[in-house]
Design a protein around this ligand. Structure first.
Ligand SMILES: NC(=O)c1ccc[n+]([C@@H]2O[C@H](COP(=O)([O-])OP(=O)(O)OC[C@H]3O[C@@H](n4cnc5c(N)ncnc54)[C@H](O)[C@@H]3O)[C@@H](O)[C@H]2O)c1
Length: 268
């Protein structure tokens, strides 16, 4: 049943050119959706879209910078021009992790996070609304992070944390605003994820040791595993779920980690 669970649906995935977004695109396409990758990195997005060459797979790339309202509106217009409909909106893009910002209280990256994570979610929802209203099972899924609720000061800047916390409240806000129209709005909060392509968090043996110690499932997620959770949230199986955040962290958040971290260090 999973095979064609999204047959005839049209999905817009922001930041779908690479990483977790690419995993989401792959799963939705495999399950029958037509997918528009909306990304500011036109080259990477086009190259990834071109990998779906099968005649019954429809993936297009749309270059847009969603940090402006114009960028959001033009992205939605382009999706409608190509596919004529929009059933599912996935807000996945976020500014890259700027290591220079980690630990600094004064820095310039709050505007970027506010625009791409928060404002774009509202602007895209607004632009998508007339089309979602016509869909049979409309859904919005926001990609949050475990850092929305737990603090990782060595890993990410405060704007990253705070924007993700805001995105979870935006999820609940939009769920209430759109509920009467049958549009469900949910979020996924991943923990540690091995992005598709390039260097993965689990490639480093020291990271692997820590992951085995603190993650009950003993491994990072794959991007496609986050994609399957997004797929579920967009599907009829989740028809009574809205305003929720599904935490996809392999159990990391429910484990007390001090002893496990000590053991990992002692094993060195
Ligand atoms: N990687 C992880 O371990 C992890 C863990 C938890 C949550 N997340 C979240 O998952 C999402 C994807 O993370 P990732 O690591 O795959 O990211 P990534 O940096 O690999 O990809 C992000 C994509 O978004 C695009 N993008 C950024 N700003 C944009 C803009 N203004 N307009 C259009 N496109 C834009 C980029 O070009 C890029 O293709 C993010 O929201 C991130 O916060 C990631």
């Amino acid at each position: 049943m999973n095979a064609k669970r999204h047959q005839d649906k049209v999905a817009l995935v922001t930041g779908g050119a690479q990483g977790i977004g690419a995993g989401i695109v792959k799963v939705l396409v495999e399950r029958g959706a037509r997918v528009a990758i909306v990304d500011k990195d036109a080259e990477t997005a086009a190259a990834y879209a071109a990998t779906f060459s099968n005649s019954d797979q429809h993936v297009i790339s749309i270059q847009a910078d969603i940090s402006t309202v114009e960028g959001c509106r033009s992205a939605v217009n382009d999706v409608i021009a190509s596919f004529g409909a929009l059933d599912v909106l996935i807000n996945n893009a976020a500014p890259g992790r700027n290591k220079a910002q980690i630990g600094r209280l004064h820095g310039p990256d709050w505007p970027a996070h506010a625009e791409v994570v928060l404002q774009a979610t509202a602007w895209l929802a607004e632009a998508a609304l007339p089309h979602l209203r016509k869909a049979s099972m409309p859904a919005i899924v926001n990609i949050s992070s475990v850092t929305a609720t737990a603090v990782a000061p060595e890993q990410c800047s405060w704007p990253y944390h705070v924007s993700k916390a805001g995105l979870e409240q935006m999820t609940r806000y939009l769920a209430c605003q759109f509920g009467a129209e049958g549009i469900r709005v949910n979020a996924v909060a991943p923990g540690l994820v091995d992005r598709d392509g390039g260097m993965k968090i689990s490639d480093n043996p020291e990271n692997r040791k820590i992951i085995e110690a603190i993650v009950p499932l003993k491994r990072a997620a794959s991007a496609a595993e986050i994609g399957t959770i997004v797929s579920f949230l967009c599907s009829e199986d989740a028809s009574y779920l809205t305003g929720q955040v599904l935490i996809a962290d392999g159990g990391m958040g429910v484990r007390e980690n001090f002893g496990a971290s000590l053991r990992a260090r002692q094993a060195d």
